[in-house]
Design a protein around this ligand. Sequence first.
Ligand SMILES: Cc1ncc(COP(=O)(O)O)c(C=O)c1O
Length: 363
Amino acid sequence: MSQIRLMKPYLGFDEVEAEVREIFDSGIFTRGQHVQAFADEIAGYTGARHAFLATSATTALWVALKAVGVGAGDEVIVSDFSFPASANVVEDLGAVPVFADVDPSTYNMDPAALEALIGPRTRAVIFVDALGNPTGVTRISELCRDRGVPLIEDAACAIGSAENGRRCGSIADLSCFSFHPRKLISTGEGGAITTDNADWADWLTVKLAHGAHGMKGVGLDFVDYGYNFRLPELSALMGRKQLARLDDIVADRNRVRRAYIEQLVPLGFVPQAVGDDVTYNVQSMVFTVPEGVDRDNLILRLRGTVETTIGTYALSSGTYFLDKYHTPQPVAARLEATTITFPCFDGVDVDAVADAVQAALGG
Ligand SMILES: Cc1ncc(COP(=O)(O)O)c(C=O)c1O
């Protein structure tokens, strides 16, 4: 039997074949109808006023930090349980990532930790929807508004998630998404930024077009210097197809989640907790392992049968950030050591995974 993989894409070649041919026939590989439509559809789906495409969540986060004016010497408070990109972008701008510990059940930024860390040098806050879970983002958003600090939501994993009836992308001041293959929408690599703020939207419009705005004679008028983080037409087409089915994909992943909870909770696994008024997209099916179980050993024992991985990383405990800042956060560190991600996709055989887990624990 072949290994059960962590993720399979929600897109088949048949679904795009005709349009791929059209793109090749037209010769328009960038800045075509699919790019514009995908950006508009992301705005429409999330409820944000403005949406911009990017090459990844990393470039989206980087440019979002630039938009709010983060630079050398500023502090940016970052959820500690995430993929390192959330803090790398801060570091790259010469700012200081200040790591906020997380709630042990939701894995998301602890509001008390945030309050204790906000100070005169805080220029922005990056809240991470850990593994797609938006629980608590609304409270953090209110807190940031009260303190006059812009909130950037690292919603890399969270397309399709919502809290209190508002979808990720329309809650924080700026939100950044990823379309990497481990996400619910995959364009190979890709990302997006959403915002309601007209000033940041104007700035992004110019900056993401190499600094061009309007015409000067028959050429472009380069009113600023800028960047190119454009998503190609083929990728935008792939994104559009999945976005059109996103709510079904979210519903499917929640069915898989319920099946996992039924099978693994009796064995002592504890699922990531989700708030009452939350739509969770289940980007990753993550549990804390039972008391006394060696997580690394479990992953190694399952190898070859079931592909698993750790939940995600305690950023402040990674070698680079630990050596530089010496600010390890205890809850995130414990979660990095005790969480495990199981396969989650349309049609995954949860019974087979549970049997393999039981065998690995018993053997
Ligand atoms: C929370 C989080 N932020 C940022 C990223 C980076 O996303 P990308 O690979 O699109 O740059 C990831 C990738 O997994 C992530 O999980």
